[in-house]
Design a protein around this ligand. Structure first.
Ligand code: LLP
Length: 463
């Protein structure tokens, strides 16, 4: 299986060759703990349960499709990141992966900070009680209004992404009588995806200020001169769904070399560095992600070593995992509607959702797993493609999957590892209403984001 980063970017990474699929799993009823949320198991009747609640009950009570989130697992993963990095570092959960007020409260309680990248995410965070000083505000084109709101709220840091923004934030902060803590996001010439990283063609993207050509150094020079800004550090984010730590190693080396030249030029040792997010998770049993404690150890060692070599005090490190916290904690529960065997090809299994609740397969050729969850089955494996109900042939949820050959309309199937970038990237394509997010814990289930209704759709359409 090819997991090479593709020079054309993430969209092309992780693409299986045409017609490729793995061998059927030994046991179709197994729910691999690598890809399923921690509390998922099958009960004595073969029905999958999560947080002690069976999926048939969830489907009856909340309907399908639904995102089902294992709260205990979310909290455990958040806590594992927090503990791994310890009190001398900060973990900012990347809200773009999935954000709701319940999630903000869980993060707050588990001691994580929050990375937001729009006014909407900021509003959600503040309305659920996340202290502003624990929020980082990101984005490559923040509006003046968003900046003003962030500064007024007192966010802990704004991550500056361009030369214009350095001046904009300084001006807005000053006019509000404030001095805003900021980091500068730089591009270090590394792009990492899945198992490899590439160190070419990386500056050709919209985020950050290139280290190359002295641009990042110039950005630091300007930021240090402006009264409205307190420059606290440098930020680097190198990609997504990364398994290989060597991209971080090169990034840390380059960030530290900038810190050294800042010290040499200005006599200032910037106290923080942020290495971004991007740590990979298992979407299928073939993926082998690292544990937070291994990641924390590796990153801390890299930064400490680089700083010792540069004779710098080791800065406070922060990271921004999104997918690695929330991704594995949820699955999408669907009901099977129609089943079409295409002789010699595969069987098309249509579910009651699709690219509106998971665009990642269509957009990135992402791989997912799937299982029959409303019962177990001893039937033979059948090569299937799980597709949605949208008017588009690219409306694929799971490209190649094995499901039992006795699968029937009305069965419930579930796609694991859909906690990140599924609800947050969901759409109303074909005027389909977006599914709810149901949180399950200790035998109880509750809606944390309700299902959209057709009334919601009509309310936006002013006629
Ligand atoms: N920090 C920054 C500055 C980022 O841009 C991102 C993701 C993260 C942190 C969190 O990355 P994570 O740990 O979740 O990989 N929609 C794509 C992913 C886009 C990620 C954008 N930035 C997907 O579905 O794979």
């Amino acid at each position: 299986m090819s997991r090479s980063a593709h020079p054309a970017g993430p969209r092309y990474a992780d693409v299986l060759p045409e017609g490729h699929y793995s061998a059927p799993p030994a046991d179709l009823n197994a729910l691999d703990p690598k890809v399923w949320a921690q509390t998922v198991t099958r009960d004595e009747h073969g029905v999958a349960t999560v947080g002690g609640v069976d999926v048939k009950r969830l489907a009856e009570e909340f309907g399908t499709p639904a995102y089902v989130m294992d709260e205990a697992d979310f909290r455990a993963r958040a806590r594992a990141w927090r503990t791994a990095f310890g009190p001398d570092a900060d973990v900012f959960y990347a809200g773009k992966a999935f954000l709701s007020r319940a999630v903000v409260r869980w993060l707050h309680e588990e001691g994580l900070n929050l990375d937001v990248c729009s006014g909407g995410e900021l509003t959600t965070a503040l309305s659920a009680g996340m202290p502003a000083e624990r929020i980082a505000f990101h984005g490559n084109n923040k509006s003046a209004e968003e900046i003003e709101r962030a500064v007024t709220a007192g966010v802990g840091r704004i991550v500056l992404d361009s030369f214009q923004e350095i001046v904009r934030v300084a001006h807005i902060a000053q006019s509000l009588g404030k001095r805003q803590r900021v980091q500068i996001r730089i591009t270090v010439g590394v792009e990492a995806h899945t198992h490899e990283f590439i160190a070419t063609a990386h500056e050709d993207q919209k985020f950050g200020i290139p280290l190359a050509g002295g641009q990042a150094a110039e950005a630091v020079r300007r930021a240090l001169q402006l009264d409205g800004l307190e420059l606290i550090g440098i930020h680097s984010h190198i990609g997504s769904q990364i398994f290989d730590m060597s991209g971080f190693e090169v990034a840390a080396h380059r960030v530290v070399s900038l810190l050294r030249s800042v010290r040499d030029e200005h006599g200032v040792e910037l106290p923080e560095i942020d290495l971004g997010g991007g740590l990979g998770i298992a979407y299928t049993s073939d993926d082998d992600p690292r544990e937070p404690h291994e990641i924390a150890k590796a990153l801390t060692e890299i930064v400490t070593r680089e700083c010792e070599a540069a004779k710098l005090r080791t800065p406070r490190i922060s990271v921004e995992p999104g997918r690695a916290v929330v991704g594995p904690t949820a699955f999408t529960l669907y009901e099977v509607g129609t089943i079409k065997p295409l002789d010699g090809l595969r069987t098309y299994v249509s579910v009651d959702g699709g690219m509106s609740d998971n665009i990642r397969t269509a957009l990135y050729d992402a791989e997912y797993s799937v299982a029959l969850v409303s019962r177990s089955s001893d039937a033979e494996p059948m090569l299937a493609r799980v597709v949605g109900k949208h008017c588009e042939s690219g409306d694929i949820v799971v490209r190649d999957a094995f499901l039992p050959a006795d699968l029937a309309p009305g069965d419930l199937i579930a796609v694991p590892a859909t906690g990140a970038y599924c609800r947050s990237m969901a759409s109303n394509y074909n005027h389909v209403t977006r599914p709810p997010v149901v949180a399950v814990r200790d035998g109880e289930a509750r809606v944390i984001v309700r299902r959209e209704t057709e009334e919601d759709l009509l309310r936006l359409d002013v006629g």
